[in-house]
Design a binder for this molecule. Structure first.
Ligand code: HEM
Length: 296
């Protein structure tokens, strides 16, 4: 145990922060159970930045040279629409809470917890300091190897740029079907399978590959947002992940009044996590390779 009173104080503060946030999150989860869900067409609040009354997401501009972008497609898209500063720089930590909540209907507890976590990782004051989007790509902070939308940092130091071949592979893996529209959707099993394949590929391609348990957990949590916020809809995710643009007509698949809480997304995190089987993926990929060699 540390004898440094400063370090002890910080650790205590972190624990206190976590338990307070957890209680707040459980409260919102319960409040969501009694409140009427938001109606389709009313999930994004009227007057939200970059959201027109007819459901279009306005003001999209791709990043310009010198703009700061992160490994997170959802935050980048917000900057591309001017919901966050377009240059992605000098963002006060607390300022993203209501913006992320309004745009994606993630609970404020999730955004509060995540942005606080980033401030701690960067050694900055949550209340007083700011961050650039690129700062949150700190390797093995939240950012990790084996992502679904980026090459590993050892192979692609600029994590602000998506890697289309991985995204296309992800979208092509969809086996589900939207019961109303018949459109292709990703399922937890699809995400488990594609994540396992990505990890096998990353392990082989990146001599510095690592994935601690906490990062495997972040990986499944990020994938959860693909299902619980974007409904796994391939058509929307194509726009979101390849262009980092919020598709017109998009509104969160989570209709709960207080948004998707950390507590309520755990069931999906577990479903994805338990569908990740790296041994099976390695066998499958080896067979595909042998088949490819035979055809040559
Ligand atoms: C609230 C603040 C947020 C922070 C600090 C944050 C941070 C990050 C980071 C660092 C990554 C890179 C992880 C990796 O290496 O794969 C990431 C990826 C991702 N995030 Fe976020 N994020 C936030 C909010 C969101 C929201 C609101 C959504 C969805 C609406 C979201 C969806 C995703 C997705 C889909 C990925 C891609 C995962 C991959 O490539 O495998 N994030 N995020």
């Amino acid at each position: 145990m540390s004898t440094d009173p400063g370090a002890h104080g910080q650790a205590w503060q972190r624990r206190r922060l976590s338990s307070r946030t957890l209680i707040w999150d459980i409260y919102l989860t319960l409040a969501n159970k009694v409140a009427a869900p938001l109606r389709s067409g009313h999930i994004v609040p009227a007057g939200a930045v970059a959201h027109a009354a007819d459901g279009r997401w306005t003001g999209f501009q791709p990043p310009r040279p010198g703009d700061s972008r992160s490994a997170c497609p959802a935050l980048n898209a917000m900057a591309n629409h001017g919901i966050l500063p377009r240059d992605g720089k000098n963002i006060p930590f607390p300022s993203i809470i209501s913006k992320v909540h309004q745009t994606y209907n993630f609970s404020e507890t999730f955004v509060y917890f995540t942005s606080n976590y980033v401030a701690h990782l960067l050694g900055r004051s949550y209340a007083r300091d700011t961050f650039d989007l690129a700062d949150i790509s700190l390797h093995n902070g939240i950012e990790h190897d084996g992502s679904l939308t980026r090459l590993d940092v050892a192979l692609a130091p600029d994590q602000g740029v998506p890697y289309p071949p991985f995204i296309r592979e992800l979208l092509a893996s969809a086996t589900g079907q939207d019961p109303t529209t018949g459109e292709a959707i990703l399922t937890p099993t699809d995400l488990g399978r594609v994540t396992a394949r990505r990890r096998v590929q990353a392990r082989a391609a990146n001599p510095q590959y690592s994935l601690a348990n906490i990062h495997a957990k972040f990986s499944a949590s990020n994938s959860t947002s693909l299902l619980r916020i974007f409904g796994g809809k391939v058509k929307d995710l194509e726009v979101m992940l390849l262009e980092e643009r919020i598709p017109d007509g998009f509104e969160s698949s989570t209709k709960a009044k207080h948004g998707l809480t950390m507590f309520s997304f755990q069931s999906t995190v577990k479903a994805i996590d338990s569908a990740i089987d790296e041994d099976a993926a390695a066998r499958e990929m080896e067979m595909e390779m042998r088949k490819g060699e035979k055809m040559e």
